[in-house]
Design a protein around this ligand. Structure first.
Ligand code: F6P
Length: 323
């Protein structure tokens, strides 16, 4: 193999650039030519490639987002789209591909791998819902952004004795909400994985004031049945009986836009380098991630069917601490 390509796909995550930089420089170290694909799988289908040398990836390790751009590509979901993508790679004599992204992106990587391409995935999503990595690129930075918001909201909440709700990202997975709730000292956590009774949330917030606390915070995941919209509506409808309002702050994409912290820069760098080294050893059809604290690899065929449930011990910890 003389040429490889790298792309970022799906929701961007702080640290993706550090991973791109590591892939490019480790690839050059192998004596290969390295190409970047602009705008994920959409760019692969459109033949949107750029040649990358060591200096092209200089000064990006501290930048959030992705210098290559990303996309969610419906065309790549089709057999025809994937065939087109493969043709674009073959035409350029590119024999290996590194895919930096979350579960949808790694499903795409698996599909290309099944078609005979040497593909290695790099675990990257702020949701931390990808099987094959204990923690994925971007989670730590996103969590710190959520914590900064929670700390600030506590200040204003304490001034006026108000109850606040903070909605964090997580369509199907409550990891960010759970960890932000534990580390942010919230009174309640609401996640998609568990049915929550809004009355229990209200009781938790009320109890905080009754024991003399100046603020009360509930952290909810966007994908929970009672997310910001649902809980605020419930509190409004039952305002007289509950006796207080809930002010809501939805962090949304703010969590994705940060500059990566030390943890994410290092994780992304190590994973990007490991992906390229796997390709160099002729090992592919894999996802690189953090396994028992070490860099490890999991076959993509397992990744696409695997589920990563929330750690029951953390759920229990949240229950004990949110009082
Ligand atoms: O997959 C990461 C994620 O940030 C989810 O938490 C969120 O639901 C989704 O992406 C938002 O996607 P988009 O940026 O396409 O609106």
């Amino acid at each position: 193999m003389k040429r490889i390509a790298v792309l970022t796909s799906g929701g961007d995550a702080p640290g993706m650039n550090a991973a791109i930089r590591a892939v490019v420089r480790t690839g050059l170290h192998q004596g290969w030519e390295v190409f970047g694909v602009r705008r994920g799988y959409a760019g692969l289908i459109a033949g949107n490639f750029i040649s990358l040398d060591a200096r092209d990836v200089g000064g990006i390790v501290q930048q959030g987002g992705t210098i290559l751009g990303s996309a969610r590509s419906p065309e790549f979901q089709t057999e025809e789209g994937r065939m087109k993508a493969l043709r674009e790679l073959r035409q350029r004599d590119i024999g290996g591909l590194v895919v930096i992204g979350g579960d949808g992106s790694q499903a795409g990587a698996h599909a290309l791998s099944q078609m005979g391409l040497a593909v290695v995935g790099v675990s990257s999503t702020i949701d931390n819902d990808l099987y094959g990595s204990e923690i994925t690129i971007g989670v730590d930075t996103a969590l710190n952004i959520a914590l900064e918001a929670i700390d600030r909201l506590k200040v204003t909440a304490a001034s006026l004795q108000r109850a606040f709700l903070v909605e964090v990202m997580g369509r199907d997975c409550g990891y960010l909400a759970l960890m932000a709730g534990i580390a942010g000292g919230a009174e309640a956590v609401v996640i998609p994985e568990m049915e929550t009774d809004p009355e229990v949330v209200a009781r938790g917030l009320r109890a905080a004031y009754d024991r003399g606390q100046a603020h009360a915070i509930v952290v909810v995941a966007e994908g929970a049945r009672y997310n910001a919209e649902g809980l605020v509506r419930y509190f409004r409808e039952h305002h007289e009986r509950l006796g207080f309002d809930l002010r809501a702050t939805t962090l949304g994409h703010v969590q994705r836009g940060g500059s990566p912290g030390a943890f994410d820069r290092l994780l992304a760098t190590r994973l990007g380098a490991a992906a390229t080294e796997h390709l160099a050893r002729g090992e592919h059809g894999l996802l690189v991630g953090l396994l028992k604290g070490e860099i490890g690899a999991t076959p993509l065929v397992e990744v696409v069917v695997g589920k990563k449930p929330l750690d029951a011990r953390l759920l229990h910890l949240a229950e004990v601490l949110t009082k």
